[in-house]
Design a protein around this ligand. Structure first.
Ligand SMILES: Cc1cc2nc3c(=O)[nH]c(=O)nc-3n(C[C@H](O)[C@H](O)[C@H](O)COP(=O)(O)O)c2cc1C
Length: 178
């Protein structure tokens, strides 16, 4: 469905970042093979797109080196980070942590980061250009979930922790209607 698009008004890019930052997200490292070697990029643009068929999406900056190693038919993994993996978030976001080595495991030839909250392995089925990013839509081929540990949260440009009330509050009515 195409819609008429009116010209975009000039926006303050700092304001755009700040306002988008008010939407809290998890943090994941997208892993893939770079010339046969494990590589990763920290993202918060991970999005489940479709249930049937199961499709996911990550949005990567045009300048990211990852875009030279991902195309239709290639696989990537989404490793959902726990709070205990905060150093990995920085490590794969262009600030390598000295001495940090990741003992990658493998699934369908894709590197996985042990200790993650969940792994999703998916094969790229579509790449869309979107402004200064590329959207990588991928068909899910493998799923794994670990224990329900504390996730790493990104909010207002900073890593945050998810604070549980004691006793914790459950909003079961909301979950059931999704
Ligand atoms: C919390 C967080 C979320 C990020 N999300 C994305 C993202 O969704 N897409 C993206 O292209 N870069 C994202 N980045 C930036 C990349 O991780 C960073 O630019 C990385 O260095 C790019 O990899 P490269 O140096 O191999 O190009 C994010 C960084 C952080 C810290």
């Amino acid at each position: 469905m195409k819609m008429a698009v009116s010209p975009t008004p000039a926006l303050d890019s700092r304001m755009f970042r700040n306002v988008m930052g008010r939407f809290p997200t998890g943090v994941a490292v997208v892993t893939f093979l770079r010339e046969g070697e494990p590589a990763g990029i920290t993202v918060n643009s991970f999005l489940p797109v479709s249930m049937d068929p199961p499709l996911v999406l990550v949005s990567l900056r045009r300048e990211s080196s990852a875009i030279h190693h991902l195309d239709v038919g290639d696989r990537y993994a989404v490793n959902v980070l726990s709070e205990a993996q905060q150093s990995l978030g920085a490590h794969f976001a262009g600030s390598p942590v000295a001495g940090l080595t990741v003992a990658f495991s493998r699934q369908q030839d894709v590197p996985l980061i042990p200790g993650s909250l969940a792994h999703i392995v998916a094969r790229v089925v579509d790449v869309h250009e979107a402004g200064d990013h590329f959207l990588y839509i991928a068909a899910v081929e493998y799923l794994w979930q670990g224990n329900e540990a504390q996730p790493l949260i990104f909010y207002s440009g900073r890593y945050k922790q998810l604070h549980a009330h004691d006793p914790s509050t459950h909003f079961d009515d909301v979950l059931e209607s999704w």
